[in-house]
Design a protein around this ligand. Structure first.
Ligand code: 13P
Length: 252
């Protein structure tokens, strides 16, 4: 049985005090959510404070990005996986489409980050997804296959237990236009098939594949009913404790 993961990506929102306020408000709302893992990803500057305030709770902390080097070095502006752990994170989001689009992150760079993160005992939420143009041209599967294979290149079988995939079609992010549960299911099943071919059927059956892109309290249940959807990576609707709490406690 794959345990679902509901993760909130706070992107570049919230000061330290706003982050703490939201995290503290979320805590009681999800305290009984044993059916899934609950994750929030605050900005770097809020990580440590939020992690300290949530200690002993069932909410896990994720970084939104990390350096391609494990520990330290002359890399101005970067934060290493070891530093994320030190700040209280146990997961990290890597390869988000906003990083690929606005910061020119390639599959090669994503792959280096994934390797640095897994060797630092972080669980990786590896993001992938096609643009509208690519979907309209019938290239969606080819693009996602490239991102999956590129991102996981050279990883070992034992690294796979530290990998979570997030399928986030770029056209559904922040647009209010969610993929239908059927569209998402189709791509999730494809991702699982490619993963099984590349790794093993067992690893593929254990792989959690999250959907992201305009997930809201009113569409989460329909998405979660799909066989290959194992959770969600939520942007806008995770910024308010109430709506994120509703998503975590989706109707099962
Ligand atoms: P929205 O939920 O705001 O569409 O964002 C999705 C996302 O990018 C999560 O990583």
């Amino acid at each position: 049985m794959r345990k679902p993961v509901i993760a909130g990506n706070w992107k570049m929102y919230k000061t330290i005090s706003e982050s703490v306020e939201t995290a503290i408000a979320l805590k009681p709302l999800v305290a009984n959510a044993n059916h899934c893992e609950v994750v929030i990803a605050p900005v770097f500057t809020s990580l440590k404070t939020v992690a300290d305030r949530l200690e002993g709770s069932n909410i896990k902390i994720a970084g939104q990005n990390c350096a391609p080097e494990k520990e330290e070095g002359a890399l101005t502006g970067e934060v290493s996986p070891v530093m994320l752990r030190d700040a209280g994170a146990s997961l990290v989001i890597i390869g988000h489409s906003e990083r690929r689009q606005f910061f020119a992150e390639t599959d090669g760079m994503v792959n280096r980050k994934v390797k640095a993160a897994v060797t630092s005992d972080l669980t990786v939420i590896l993001c992938m997804g096609e643009t509208l143009e690519q979907r309209d041209k019938g290239q969606a599967e080819q693009v996602v296959r490239g991102q999956l294979e590129g991102g996981l290149n050279g990883l070992t079988a034992s690294d796979m237990s530290r990998i979570i995939i997030a399928y986030e079609p770029v056209w559904a992010i922040g647009t209010g236009r969610t993929a239908t549960p059927e569209q998402a299911q189709e791509m999730h099943a494809f991702i699982r098939r490619v993963f099984a071919q590349r790794h093993s059927e067992d690893a593929a059956q254990d792989l959690r594949i999250l959907y992201g892109g305009s997930v809201k309290p009113d569409n989460i249940a329909g998405l979660m009913k799909q066989t290959d959807i194992d959770g969600a990576l939520v942007g806008g609707a995770s910024l308010k404790a109430e709506s994120f709490g509703e998503i975590v406690n989706y109707k099962r």
